[in-house]
Design a protein. Sequence first.
Length: 155
Amino acid sequence: MDAELINPFIKSVENVITTMAGISMTMEKPSIKRDNRTWGEVSGIIGLAGNQATGNMILSFDQPSILAIVSGMLGESFTTIDAQVTDAVGELTNMVSGGAKGALSEKGYYFEMATPIILVGKDIEIKQLSKDPIVLVPFVTETGKFVLEASLTKD
């Protein structure tokens, strides 16, 4: 996956988390994902289908990071992953993919987005149909970590 396709997702993650939750983060070195399991304890997955590329995006959070992010978003303290937290993961997934979709449309890529799917649990196996590499971009916050996974194939 080339940088032209992944960079809008990275910028959108930084913008959404900072704006919506007031949480700063540091991006760590991206890598190619080597397995087919979810990284964090709660993950939002969204499919993207477009005129020039197709694929998906996953946001996967450890418990401390998502609890702090949702607490910042909603202005109340969350201590467990519950229905409100999983709903917020769906909204974050929508917002990040929507931001990336907007930036990519400026470059001539147009996407339709599916409804996000939320998975709760660590190390859940995901079978993806694409044989293309999945880029894993880790982020560190004051409270924990989360990752962005993106796989887009140019048609």
